[in-house]
Design a protein around this ligand. Structure first.
Ligand code: ADP
Length: 400
């Protein structure tokens, strides 16, 4: 079975073609700088251990003109991995905000598109781009089913005590104000993978999954179901991130509007793009922050301390929420690659039975590995995330 996964952003579109008979990627790539004078398509082909990269730089006016460039390479007689688009069984779309409408992946029809449209106010940057991706695919691949997989769906198992904010109740019923959570596809993928690798039944274990990319989120997972997660109504909430503030005292908003004279839109940009690690030390990429820290730059050192402290607090809170935790799972850019951050988060957590082995923590691997020491009561794993594969798997489920 061949599944094409599409992740459309406002000026980019990522795609991967999976052969689900052996869960391998046949081809994939990214179309970037859509709408700018110089766009770029980077296409990778994977055939039997052989990998080839094709880069095309040209103006790509819109998604509708960009996607066919990739499709042509997928079916081209020289570069192609299939002969005809009809060989694609279905297309999976990453959709960021499914609201309360969607607790699982769904076959896209007019009603589903309308629901994604209705949720635009909750994800004004993402849902419109996701809808464009769906429209482009419908035009390019007539008669091939399109399936939406939502970032929020995994978190729909949260109970009201976890997802409600302590605001007037009608803000929830009238304006849909509640915690939705994001990165759900990643938390779901790594939690399932962790259970498999640990040789346990996912329905019998509790996990805390820690996704540390440019966006960061943490999830308390009980027997395979999300019980609580750090991101909120939007992906701005929770721990501090590359450029996002994470949780702040809500009264700061009004105070800053008064003190600075900023508009609410300007303050929104500060909170999303100029805060977090960047707000503290001027840098948002953790590799650069480590470099600055090594030179003794105090604000870089402070940013790392704050970041790890905030994550540590969530681990404590989620241990209390779950009662018993079988494993911590680190994933995404920093979670998978940064032993300094992992060590700092896990230090002094022996109260929770967490002991990591410094040598194992330094391991460099493209696959999963564990870093707990022999006498650690809780296991600690690094599991590379694969949101595209998770989407493809859910598409197969829907087709079944
Ligand atoms: P995104 O959320 O955009 O997918 P990533 O998952 O790539 O982002 O994570 C980006 C973060 O991960 C950055 O802070 C970056 O410094 C960090 N990161 C990525 N690769 C490495 C690495 N090899 N070593 C240390 N940090 C890394």
């Amino acid at each position: 079975m061949k599944i094409l996964v599409i992740n459309a952003g406002s000026s980019s579109l990522k795609y991967q073609l999976f052969n689900m008979d052996n869960t391998s990627v046949m081809a994939g790539g990214i179309i970037e700088r859509i709408g700018e004078s110089q766009g770029c398509l980077t296409h990778n082909i994977f055939i039997q251990g052989f990998e080839k990269k094709i880069v095309r730089e040209q103006e790509i006016k819109n998604h509708k003109l960009g996607m066919p460039l990739a499709v042509n390479l997928i079916i081209d007689s020289k570069t192609g991995v299939i002969d005809d688009i009809k060989q694609i069984d279905a297309i999976g779309h990453r959709v960021v905000q499914g609201g309360e409408t969607f607790g699982s992946a769904v076959l896209i029809d007019d009603k589903v598109k309308q629901a994604i449209q209705d949720n635009i106010p909750l994800a004004p940057l993402h849902n419109p781009a996701n809808l464009v991706g769906i429209q482009v695919a419908e035009g390019l691949f007539p008669n091939i089913p399109n399936i939406a997989v939502f970032d929020t769906e995994f978190h729909q198992t949260m109970q009201p005590k976890a997802f409600l904010y302590a605001l007037p109740y009608e803000y929830y019923t009238k304006f849909k104000v509640r915690r939705y959570g994001f990165h759900g596809t990643s938390h779901k993928y790594v939690s399932k993978k962790a259970a498999t690798i640990m040789g346990k039944d996912i329905n019998k274990i509790n996990l805390i999954t820690i996704h540390l990319g440019n966006g960061c989120s943490i999830c308390a997972i009980e027997k395979g179901e999300c019980k609580d997660t750090s991101m909120g109504m939007t992906p701005l909430a929770g721990v501090m991130m590359g450029t996002r503030s994470g949780d702040i005292d809500p009264a700061i908003i009004g105070y800053l509007l008064e003190q600075t004279g900023m508009t609410i839109q300007e303050l929104d940009i500060v909170l999303n793009k100029k805060s977090g690690l960047k707000g503290i030390c001027g840098l948002n990429d953790m590799r650069d922050i480590h470099e600055a820290s090594a030179k003794g730059e105090t604000k870089a050192l402070l940013a790392v301390e704050m970041f790890c402290f905030q994550i540590k607090k969530y681990i404590g809170a989620y241990a209390a929420v779950l009662g018993h935790v079988d494993a911590l799972v680190f994933t995404a850019g920093m979670g998978e690659n940064d032993p300094i951050i992992r060590a700092k988060i896990c230090e002094d957590l022996s109260i929770l039975g967490i002991q990591i082995d410094p040598e194992k923590n330094r391991e460099k691997s493209s696959g999963p590995f564990y870093l707990h020491s022999r006498d650690s009561r809780m296991q600690v794993w690094v599991i590379p995330t694969n949101e595209e594969l998770q989407i493809a798997r859910e598409v197969v489920q829907v087709l079944k």
